[in-house]
Design a protein around this ligand. Structure first.
Ligand SMILES: Cc1cc2nc3c(=O)[nH]c(=O)nc-3n(C[C@H](O)[C@H](O)[C@H](O)COP(=O)(O)OP(=O)(O)OC[C@H]3O[C@@H](n4cnc5c(N)ncnc54)[C@H](O)[C@@H]3O)c2cc1C
Ligand code: FES
Length: 232
C-alpha cells in the first residue's frame, strides 16, 4: 500500500476532476488502483497516467475525491489488473468517464509513434473534457450540442475499421455491449479490447464480488478483456 499525497487537482467539468499524486505507480495503461480516503469506502479507479486518476462524482467517495484539496492523503493499492495490448494503428472508443484509462493508453501509444484515432461520446457537450488533447478525435453527443448527434456507434459507422490493428473500448455497460454488437456485425471483434467495471472489494481476485457471468473476475482476469473472453 502506498500512502500518497495529492499534489495537483484539475477540475475538468462540474463533476469530474483529475487528481495527481506525489508518486508514480509502476503500471501500464488499463490498470487500476484501489484508492482509500479515511472515513470512506475503498474504491477502484483506473490510472489516467502513472501518477493520476480521473474521477467522476457518482456517490459519497467519488464526490469527496472530486472536491478534494491539494495536500490530502490517500491510500493506493496496486496497480492491479490486465493491460491494453499496444498496437501501431489504434481506434479508441470512449463513453463518458470511460475516457479515463484510455487517456493513459493514448499517451502511451503516442510515445510509441502509433497512429491513434479517438471517438469520444457523451450525453451533452458540457460533460466533455480533454477534447483538445487528442490529435484526431470524433465527438458524439446524444443531444447534438457538439459533434455528431447520436452515440459512438454513429461515429463508428463512418470509420473504415480495416485501417486499425486494435480497437480499444471503455464506457458504461450499455455502450460496451452496443459496441460489441456493432463490431461483431462488422467482423471486427477479434481486434477489440473492452475495459469493464464491476463493484469491487478486494481488488486482487479473492472475494468474488466482481465476477462476471462466465466466472471471470474483473479485478484479476480483467479489467481489460478480449471479446472472446466476454459472455455477450
Ligand atoms: C476497474 C474499475 C475502474 C474504474 N475506473 C474509474 C475511473 O477511472 N473514474 C471513475 O470516476 N470511476 C471509475 N470506476 C467506477 C468507480 O469505482 C465508482 O464510481 C465508485 O466505486 C463509486 O463509489 P462511490 O462511493 O462514490 O459511490 P457509491 O455510493 O458506491 O454509488 C453511488 C451510486 O452510483 C452508482 N454507481 C456506482 N458506480 C458507478 C459508475 N461507475 N457509474 C455510474 N454509477 C455508478 C451506484 O449504483 C449508486 O447508485 C471504476 C470502476 C472499476 C471497477
Ligand atoms: S474484487 Fe474481490 S475478486 Fe474481484
Amino acid at each position: 500500500m502506498y500512502y500518497a499525497k495529492i499534489t495537483r487537482i484539475e477540475r475538468l467539468t462540474e463533476d469530474v476532476s483529475i487528481l495527481y499524486f506525489n508518486i508514480k505507480l509502476p503500471s501500464y495503461p488499463g490498470q487500476f488502483v484501489m484508492l482509500s480516503v479515511l472515513g470512506y469506502e475503498e474504491i477502484p479507479l483506473s490510472l489516467s497516467s502513472p501518477n493520476s486518476v480521473t474521477v467522476k462524482a457518482v456517490g459519497e467517495t467519488t464526490r469527496k475525491l472530486v472536491n478534494a484539496e491539494v495536500g490530502m492523503r490517500v491510500g493506493l493499492r496496486g496497480a492491479f489488473g490486465s493491460t491494453f495490448t499496444p498496437s501501431k494503428s489504434a481506434l479508441i472508443v470512449a463513453g463518458g468517464i470511460g475516457i479515463a484509462p484510455l487517456k493513459y493508453l493514448y499517451d502511451f501509444l503516442q510515445k510509441c509513434n502509433a497512429k491513434v484515432s479517438v471517438i469520444f461520446g457523451e450525453r451533452t457537450a458540457k460533460n466533455l473534457f480533454w477534447v483538445d488533447e487528442f490529435d484526431e478525435i470524433t465527438i458524439t453527443t446524444e443531444d447534438g450540442t457538439l459533434g455528431i448527434k447520436g452515440t459512438v456507434i454513429d461515429a463508428l459507422r463512418l470509420k473504415n475499421l480495416d485501417e486499425f490493428e486494435k480497437i480499444y473500448v471503455c464506457g458504461g455497460e450499455g455502450m460496451l455491449k452496443a459496441t460489441y454488437t456493432f463490431l461483431k456485425e462488422r467482423d471486427a471483434l477479434d481486434k477489440a479490447e473492452f475495459s469493464l467495471e464491476r463493484f469491487m472489494r478486494c481488488g486482487i481476485g479473492v472475494c468474488g464480488s466482481c465476477v462476471i457471468e462466465n466466472g471471470l473476475r474483473v479485478c484479476a482476469d480483467g479489467p481489460v478483456f478480449r471479446a472472446s473472453e466476454l459472455p455477450w
